[in-house]
Design a protein around this ligand. Structure first.
Ligand SMILES: [Zn+2]
Length: 253
């Protein structure tokens, strides 16, 4: 017997159970093994402190997911592009969710200055990968970020003289301006990914399709608070014009 198709309200209810430690103690593996019909696609960060789809505490078979550093989507990246294509075209998901998280190291590293001089191959790879977030930091007009950027000298990536200059401490800096900047950039990064998905070739085709089933596809931007387990909505949902889904998640503070 197939399970009832879950909605955003079910995700919200599941997140409430997760936050309060009321999630079922055993994962129910009694799902269909011949086919998956998930209503949700989740793009989230690879951070080990972010328990991915577990934050929604819904049965297996409901969330198709993809994780990378700082929950990015890029049409030039075959990985994220194929995940989106398969989820939308084959699995017919109803909701595409980009979920960032406060305290994201990938986002914090984009605030630090690019490294100069000798840098390892691994370091180069990561800095190339987060380059799109660095561009958001350098160009956004979001007040918290713009005022910080204009007032401060660039932060060296690794400055042994001051741990606040290390990207690992930027995310939870004791400097209130830097702390707010890091949180705001997490949100702006999610907004940028939602916009990128919405304007991708695949979604543009879907939103313009006469196929009525395409009306059910929405893209949402969420952010997760590591300390509390709460998922917030950023109010940037996108769908076919004129259709607004009910959003049970509270807006980000
Ligand atoms: Zn992260």
């Amino acid at each position: 017997m197939s399970q009832p198709r879950l909605t955003l309200q079910d995700l919200y209810d599941g997140n409430q159970r997760f936050m309060h430690g009321n999630e079922p103690s055993n994962i129910d593996r009694h799902v269909r093994i011949d086919k998956q019909e998930p209503p949700f696609l989740l793009f989230n960060c690879a951070d080990s402190r972010l328990p991915g789809s577990l934050v929604f505490s819904v049965p297996l078979g409901n969330i198709f997911s993809s994780a990378n550093i700082a929950n990015q989507f890029n049409e030039q990246d075959l990985n994220t592009k194929s995940v989106l294509s398969f989820a939308v075209d084959n699995l017919k998901v109803d909701h595409i969710i980009v979920m960032g998280h406060y305290g994201c190291g990938g986002v914090a590293a984009a605030i630090a200055s690019p490294p100069k001089g000798d840098i390892s191959a691994a370091g180069i790879t990561i800095h190339e990968y987060i380059a799109p977030i660095r561009r958001i930091y350098q160009t956004t007009e979001r007040p918290e970020i713009a005022s910080y950027r204009e007032a401060k000298a660039p932060i060296p990536v690794e400055d042994p003289a001051n741990e606040d200059h290390d990207y690992r401490f930027i995310a939870y800096s004791r400097d209130p301006a830097l702390y707010s900047t890091a949180r705001a950039l997490v949100e702006e990064n999610v907004r940028a990914q939602v916009a990128r998905i919405a304007t991708s070739e695949l979604m543009t085709e879907k939103f313009n399709s006469p196929d009525l089933s395409a009306t059910g596809v929405f893209i949402h931007g969420f952010v997760y608070e590591l300390e509390t387990g709460q998922v917030y909505d950023l109010g940037v949902s996108v769908g076919r014009p004129g259709i607004v889904p009910h959003m049970p998640f509270p807006r980000a503070p």
